[in-house]
Design a protein. Sequence first.
Length: 224
Amino acid sequence: MIKAKKSTLFEMCFNLYLTPLIRFSFSRLLGQGVNVIPEKPVLFIANHSSWWDGLVFFYLNRTIWHHDIHMMMHEEGLKKHSYFRYLGAFSINRQKPKEILTSLQYAESLLKQGKSVVLFPQGDEFHLEKRPLAFQSGVAYLMEKCPEVPVIPISFYYSFGHQQKPDLWIRQHAAVSNKEIAHMTRKEKTLYLQQLCTQQLDLLKSTVISENSKAFQSLGKRRS
């Protein structure tokens, strides 16, 4: 596997590129419950439907959360875009079972060092409307190995509204504690999280369709 090689200097420089890119590319970035998370570390999980997802995580962390964040990424993609290592990305190769375990053990070590980790439990990038979300078991594995670390589900929904550029709706959900599901098997935990995140995403979808943004705040300066 490819380990992260995080660089504070590179992260600062990359932010000078990323922030205007995100603010220019979307009509609106709307967030509900996207707030500072005092607990450190945490395990972030989210649905994965867009090339933007990882970059949005880096943006939110830089502007709101301020955690020492690391992200699991496909080995092929990380080889192609190796600079993501300097932002905290590390690889997983799902074609090789032994390497899957190695990557999960690496994520476990990061959490135990106090670093927050981002996982996309679907394992691959799928269409936004694909149901069920079909989670892999990595999150449940990490919950068992790091039971004190809360899981923070994030929902992303991309939508074209009334402007030329798309909107991105983001909802940060209440933390899931391992204590709530400690009695479950790993398979049951995975299914529980899958159903929870599917429900959360569908609720966000309903909000987007109704265009009810009253409870959402702007997470980025709107640009034409």
